[in-house]
Structures are given as C-alpha cells and as structure tokens.
Design a protein around this ligand. Structure first.
Ligand SMILES: [Zn+2]
Ligand SMILES: [Zn+2]
Length: 55
C-alpha cells in the first residue's frame, strides 16, 4: 500500500506528471524518480540522502 507521491510543481502523480524530470539537487537525469517530498531526485542523490522513490 504505497502512498502516491505528488509532484510539487504540478500536483500530479509521477505517472501523470509531464514536468521536465531532473534531479532537484544535482540537475542530473540518471534514474530520476519522484520522492516523498514531491521533488525529483536521481539515483545517486536518492542513495546519498536516503530518499525513497515512488513504488
Ligand atoms: Zn509535475
Ligand atoms: Zn542528483
């Protein structure tokens, strides 16, 4: 039962979000996923900051 995260910019779920997806921290584009704070993060930053992507 994963809660649905929403994009902080457009307030849509990740699957519906049409925003340009790049990492909030490093502006990278590697495996960018929406996280619980509504921002997108790349794989490296998610691991570094212990963030969980939308399941
Ligand atoms: Zn969006
Ligand atoms: Zn990053």
């Amino acid at each position: 039962m994963a809660e649905k995260y929403r994009c902080a910019v457009c307030d849509l779920e990740e699957s519906s979000c049409a925003c340009d997806k790049y990492c909030f921290l490093c502006q990278g584009g590697n495996e960018v996923r929406l996280c619980s704070d509504g921002l997108y993060y790349c794989l490296e930053c998610r691991e570094a900051c212990d963030l969980e992507a939308q399941v």
